[in-house]
Design a protein around this ligand. Structure first.
Ligand SMILES: [Zn+2]
Ligand SMILES: [Zn+2]
Length: 196
């Protein structure tokens, strides 16, 4: 009787142990599969290259350690965040362009589109139209404001313009600063900038 009872208890204990082990194994298996799926989903949101996503998913098949390694080496940002940031950068650049924001091609100082001369390095940025005196780009063939042809100005203006172009090309801008008209203009521009 006693031995039978002892055997019975032992059997029950063995069955319990077996059940607990099975449950633990099942939990581990579910966790393992869930981690593989999570690694795949997370990699797809962070990595652009499908091959690298496949590699990350394959690594997660190595139980638990693969996912931990992936957590260490994964890119810190979501692709959506990266795209959003790039969009914001482009929008900010466009806003700056609309605000008449330009940089001097010689010294990167902040200038405006109607500046004749850079206030920082004093180099020539724009010519003055001989007809309407508006600032125009030396590369333009006509003045967009008064339609005067810039290539065929009046004889006296032509010689000054040519001389100015030559001096700009040779970068001997300092001598030119003493010309009263342009010095006055750039001073005006600078004070206008300060007032803003
Ligand atoms: Zn400059
Ligand atoms: Zn003009």
């Amino acid at each position: 009787m006693n031995t039978l009872a002892v055997f019975g208890i032992e059997n029950i204990e063995q069955e319990w142990a077996q059940t607990v082990l099975n449950v633990l194994l099942l939990v581990a298996a579910v966790l393992y599969l869930a981690l593989i799926f999570w690694t795949f989903a997370d990699a797809r949101r962070r990595i652009d290259d499908p091959l690298l996503v496949a590699c990350a998913t394959l690594a997660s098949f190595f139980p638990f350690v693969g996912t931990i390694v992936y957590l260490i080496v994964r890119p810190p940002e979501f692709l959506d965040d990266v795209r959003l940031r790039e969009l914001e950068m482009t929008a900010a650049e466009a806003r700056l362009a609309n605000l008449d924001y330009h940089l001097c091609p010689h010294c990167d100082y902040e200038v405006q589109s109607d500046y004749l001369r850079c206030p920082s390095c004093m180099r020539k940025l724009k010519e003055r139209c001989y007809s309407c005196s508006k600032p125009i780009d030396p590369a333009w063939r006509i003045c967009p404001f008064c339609e005067a042809e810039t290539s065929a100005p009046s004889p006296s203006a032509s010689s000054t313009r040519r001389r100015r172009r030559q001096t700009t090309d040779q970068s001997t801008v300092a001598a030119e600063t003493l010309e009263p008209e342009t010095a006055e203009a750039s001073a005006g521009e600078t004070s206008r900038r300060r007032r803003r």
